[in-house]
Design a protein around this ligand. Structure first.
Ligand SMILES: Cc1ncc(COP(=O)(O)O)c(C=O)c1O
Length: 392
């Protein structure tokens, strides 16, 4: 055998994306639990509750009925119509069901959108801190993620000025924002979102709105970009509000010129989205009452953290507007939040995510707490953290 053949396959540079550090916290927490310790989990960003019972019943019925085949690549037509109806009911905006595309979680939505919208080398602005796969997927596809720092001056929202300044430096092809956002839990007001869309589209910068945390808004109602622009690409998911992370089902609303390219990409990349999950997702819309009860639990947790953390010693955090995250500045205690999160886990038995996952520059000063679990546990976490910080 040739020497060179022995070394195959060689990993590509495109696949050389950074790991997700939260998974190291998860692994460390699992080790402690295996050794008999009780750990309170505030690290992973997923609901503790199951999918709506309507969704589970629909999936059961579909399994009992027998064959689960492929669907049309863009999704089951009745589900696409149901999602369009959701926009009419919740946001008062008419969206043609033909513009709705089902995806394998919003994660696949990003991939389809980036492939359909951008060429290798294109620059796409994202907020920093932000959800790490935005930059990692863009870079795996050969695009350049352009992180724009957000700050208290704009309530931790991307501002039109910052966007246009980056565009003047070197032209941007797109901008992606999330409101409510991960990891910050902050939201943009409807006016701020509209102003950003106007600024972007005025310069020919395509706008992508990650609306995965819609429905989980406490400080103000989350407004969809679909109401503000017919050209915006909206990405959403059943993972968070509908508690369906493992079902891997999401959707996009895309402007007309992108429908066919995305359909062709989906045909080739996935054929179609898991059928059982589509069936369950359609029925999930009938389970909103259950999900509103889950949301009330998050609101209780949010209150426990906002009221309790300052007394425990964590007195500096960003506005806790939506999603189920609180982003705390821990620079009073350390300059390496990865190490801090490790000690917090080991000594206080509370798992949280170091900010470095979300912001390579300033994340070392921050910790993300996820409050999607049980209120009693969130309360216990606050008590444990207070006692831990007092012990020094
Ligand atoms: C901001 C944001 N967007 C997208 C996703 C991806 O979610 P999914 O692929 O489950 O829809 C997540 C997951 O945590 C997220 O926080």
């Amino acid at each position: 055998m040739l020497d060179s053949a022995k070394r195959l396959p060689r990993p590509s540079g495109r696949g050389d994306v950074p790991p997700f550090m939260v998974m190291d916290v998860v692994a460390a927490a699992a080790r402690l639990e295996a050794a008999g310790r009780r750990v309170i989990h505030l690290e992973i960003g997923q609901p503790a509750a199951p999918a709506p019972s309507t969704a589970i019943a629909a999936a059961r019925a579909a399994l009992d009925a027998g064959r689960i085949g492929y669907t049309e690549s863009l999704g089951i037509p009745s589900l696409r119509r149901r999602i369009a109806r959701h926009y009419a009911q919740r946001h008062g905006v008419e969206v043609d069901p033909g513009r709705i595309v089902l995806t394998t979680g919003s994660s696949a939505g990003f991939m389809l959108a980036f492939l359909a919208m951008f060429e290798p080398g294109d620059r796409v602005a994202i907020a920093s801190p932000g959800y790490p796969p935005y930059r990692n997927v863009l870079s795996a596809l050969g695009c350049e993620a352009v992180p724009l720092e957000i700050s208290a001056a704009t309530r931790f929202a991307l501002s039109p000025e910052a966007l246009l300044a980056a565009h003047r430096e070197r032209p941007l092809k797109g901008v992606l924002v999330a409101s409510p956002a991960n990891p910050t839990g902050t939201m943009m007001t409807a006016d701020a979102l509209a102003a950003l869309i106007r600024a972007a589209e005025g310069e020919g910068i395509a706008f992508i709105s990650d609306e995965i945390y819609h429905g989980l808004d406490y400080a103000m109602p989350a407004e969809t970009a679909l109401k503000m622009s017919a050209n915006a690409v909206v990405i959403n998911s059943f993972s968070k509000y509908f508690c369906m992370t493992g079902w891997r089902i999401g959707w996009m609303a895309v402007p007309d010129p992108l429908i066919r390219p995305i359909e062709r990409l989906q045909q080739n990349l996935a054929i179609s989205v898991p059928t059982l999950s589509q069936i369950a997702a359609e029925a999930a819309f009938d389970g909103r009452d259950e999900m509103e009860a889950v949301k009330r639990g998050y609101e209780d947790n949010r209150r426990v953290l906002m009221d309790g953390l300052p007394g425990a010693g964590f007195d500096s955090f960003l506005p806790v507007d939506g999603a189920f995250y609180l982003y705390a500045d821990v620079s009073r205690f350390c300059n390496d939040s990865l190490d801090f999160a490790g000690r917090m886990l080991e000594e206080a038995g509370v798992a949280a995510t170091p900010g470095a996952d979300f912001d390579p520059v300033h994340g070392c000063r921050f910790i993300r707490f996820c409050y999607a679990g049980a209120t009693a546990e969130v309360r216990e976490a606050v008590d444990r953290l207070g006692a831990w910080l007092k012990r020094g």
